[in-house]
Write a new protein. Sequence first.
Length: 314
Amino acid sequence: MNFEFPFQTLPAVMRGPRVERRRVLVGGSAFWGTMVEDGADAGRLRLDDGRLLDADAQTYLPPVSPSKIIAVHISYSSRSVETRNKPKPTETPTYFTKPPTSLNGHKGQILKPADCKYLNYEGEYALVIGRTCRNVTPDEAWDYIEGFCPALDMGLQDFRDTDQGSMLRVKGADTLLPIGPGIVRGVNLFEQTLRTLVNGRVVQEAHIGDETIWGPHYVIADIARHITLVPGDVILMGTPCHSRSVDPGNVVACEITGIGRIEGTVVGIEAPRAAALGVGHAPTDTPEVRRVALGFDERVPEHFKANLRAAKGT
């Protein structure tokens, strides 16, 4: 494992037993519940009021209500090799933010406007802050994590030319953060494998422990030097190589062994009404946009490229 601050003992948030909390919509109201892990009811969802539900038949809400969502630009070695041609992109992490309105639930619709060409997937794990955190060391940071979620950090790369600094419209549009279906603790994150799938075919894959550049404890300690993190805040921990664009009708999923699976369906929508009036910077298809949206195929495994072509029927 490649960490700036390795730990000597497994942090409490990653020690078993496994616990997964989910939030669902039942009868028009939101309810929290816990997945049943053992016995005859294993795989079902027990609401906090005692009701037992078929987990697969529920309408899921994002299991977080963050005041802020902070994302690491690059934190996997394969992504750094693809985009920078070196295993570590920068000496220290860099970040961007997504607004809470970008949140999306499990099996939701991921909206792709008609005037945008490049909607890229990025399968990630997210960490959720469990208690107010400010001015901590990396060793202390583990105690502030509530748990981990699968997430899809989707991006409209057509706005790279104008928003590369802030990533506001690239990563912040509505529906561009499917997350959940639950918050999981009691699983050793660094023994898990992350996979992104398009129409059931694997297009990204990384063993988290092998590819991690900065662990979540380092990232929390870095951010909390100057920014107070509060319960429910989300930190997205980056994606491995081979982020590419998807089309309406494609089903995109991120699954992490031991943690869970989030998915969403890309749906095409009309361009915003103000776009026809010339309001704002129009989506573009320039060399810089294509550099990010299409990536560097010569630096990624061939089977990812073949699977994506098969998934999209091209």
